[in-house]
Design a protein around this ligand. Structure first.
Ligand code: 5AD
Ligand code: SF4
Length: 454
């Protein structure tokens, strides 16, 4: 019988995608995924350190895993992701029952680590970063070639890494310190991977990078994101292309034009604003002002009137006054986002803002966070209600998790839509759906006809 592997994934889509790579490497060693830690032969925590208490959460989860290991001494425990990258050896010192620790560049070394662990008491650790353009000895260059094997967790939509790491060093963000400098994959390798996905029946790809607008800058700038989208748009079988995350300083007209011209590129942009105050944006080292940001959104909406725009907001960044925060609220009102991910600022290791004066009390950041969410809920509610009666093309992704009598898909603007299960509708179909009702979280609709591409 296959050995059972449980992976707990924290954080962003990049981490979700890394989990697919971890599962792929381990499937070659005879492991298959299970959705419960009880009875698993191996448990891996794929950690995230972007926000508060990540290290603490990791150690408290490990404490619970120790109980499972006491019951089953053969249980293998691994820690990967950004906390692993950041903490390295400290993890096996603090939690000596951990068998292996691997950084974000070391997933392909898992078999070697497991082998090494067999010969020693101490957990095996590898967090060595792959240098720009270099392949670690004996390792696999998973940035510039498709990862050898992946266990993808969805049958019709797939994540594809285009650029890893980040060079921006926003002053609150730990990512450049955990995932390292920007490394773009070759366009040929990306297209090859996507052709493979199309042949395997995938309909949608989401291109991933901490800053996708930087794509290609480190490899000579011959192919930027707009060029890459043109090439992917030509791949038969792929019906829908998304990309995250864009950066307001780099996002511009070339990408707007590509989004407008290319039929497969979805009309959705996730463009993190973080704050509406220019003083705070400068302290965050974001390299744009709010008027510049607003102008880019205006040009985008002029080109693509129906485009959905979403954002990230941080409340309580050091030095954020009541006036600064008001500017964030005004920006949210003015832009009218389709959705917001909002976070209260948390002090992260290695970042320069951790040393800034004017740290905002937790209660204040929390109160501001709830104000952001409250305002956005009203906007989202209104926007969702306005969808009632309209028709959208929906890619059917699968059964609804909450109600098995429904199917779930997304509009090109990334809104979740539930439709009643009907005979003859298959996962991966693109349907024309009329929206019949709306809540804050999702839309409900009925099939008008089978849509494009079928
Ligand atoms: N505190 C709060 N939010 C943060 N983010 C990144 N770092 C921090 C931090 N230290 C948020 C940003 C980013 C999103 C992925 O996480 O809004 O866009
Ligand atoms: Fe972090 Fe800024 Fe890079 Fe985004 S662009 S990953 S927020 S440093």
């Amino acid at each position: 019988m296959a050995k059972q592997l449980f992976i707990k994934t924290f954080g962003c889509q990049m981490n979700e995608h890394d989990t697919e790579k971890i599962a792929g490497v381990l499937s070659n060693l005879g492991y298959s995924l299970t959705d419960s830690p009880d009875g698993a032969d191996m448990i891996i925590l794929n950690t995230c350190s972007v926000r508060e208490k990540a290290e603490y959460k990791c150690y408290s989860d490990l404490g619970r895993l120790l109980e499972l290991k006491k019951k089953n001494p053969d249980l293998v425990i691994g820690v990967g992701g950004c906390v692993a990258q950041q903490e390295g050896e400290r993890i096996v010192q603090k939690a000596p029952y951990v068998d292996m620790v691997f950084g974000t560049d070391n997933i392909s070394e898992i078999p070697k680590l497991l082998e090494k662990k067999k010969g020693q008491r101490k957990g095996a650790v590898s967090t060595e970063r792959r240098k720009k353009g270099l392949v670690p000895q004996g390792g696999t260059d998973f940035i510039s070639v498709p990862f050898p094997s992946m266990v993808r967790n969805h049958p019709v939509k797939a994540y594809v890494n285009i650029v890893d790491g980040c060079d921006k060093f926003c002053t609150y963000c730990v990512v450049p310190h955990t995932r390292g400098r920007e490394r773009s994959r070759q366009p040929e390798d990306i297209c090859h991977e996507i052709q493979g996905l199309a042949s395997a029946g995938y309909k949608e790809v989401t291109l991933l990078g901490q800053n996708v607008d930087s794509y290609g800058k480190d490899t000579g700038g011959h192919t930027d994101l707009a060029d890459l989208l043109h090439r992917i748009n030509d791949i038969p079988g792929i019906m829908s292309i998304r990309f995250v995350t864009s950066h307001p300083a780099d996002f511009g007209d070339r990408l707007i034009n590509a989004m407008k011209r290319l039929p497969k590129v979805c009309e959705h942009l996730h463009l993190p604003l973080q704050s509406g105050s220019d003083t705070i944006l400068e302290r965050m080292k974001r390299n744009y002002t709010y008027p510049e940001y607003r102008d880019k959104i205006r040009r985008l909406r002029e080109a693509i009137p129906d485009v959905a725009v979403t954002t990230d907001i941080i409340t309580g960044f050091p030095g954020e006054s009541a006036e600064d925060f008001d500017k964030t609220l005004e920006a949210i009102e003015e832009i009218q986002y389709d959705g917001i991910f909002a976070f209260k600022y948390s002090r992260r290791p290695y970042t320069s803002a951790r040393l800034y004066g004017g740290q905002v009390p937790r209660e204040v950041s929390e109160e501001r966070l709830s104000q952001v969410l409250e305002i956005q809920d009203c906007i989202t509610q209104e926007k969702n209600q306005a969808c009632i009666g309209r028709e959208f093309d929906i890619l059917i992704e699968g059964e609804s998790k909450k109600d098995k009598r429904n199917l779930t898909g997304r509009t090109r603007g990334n809104k979740i839509v539930h439709i009643p299960m009907e005979e003859g509708i298959s996962i991966g179909a693109i349907l024309r759906v009329r929206i019949t009702s709306a809540t804050l979280a999702s839309l409900k609709g009925e099939v008008v006809r089978q849509g494009r591409g079928l």
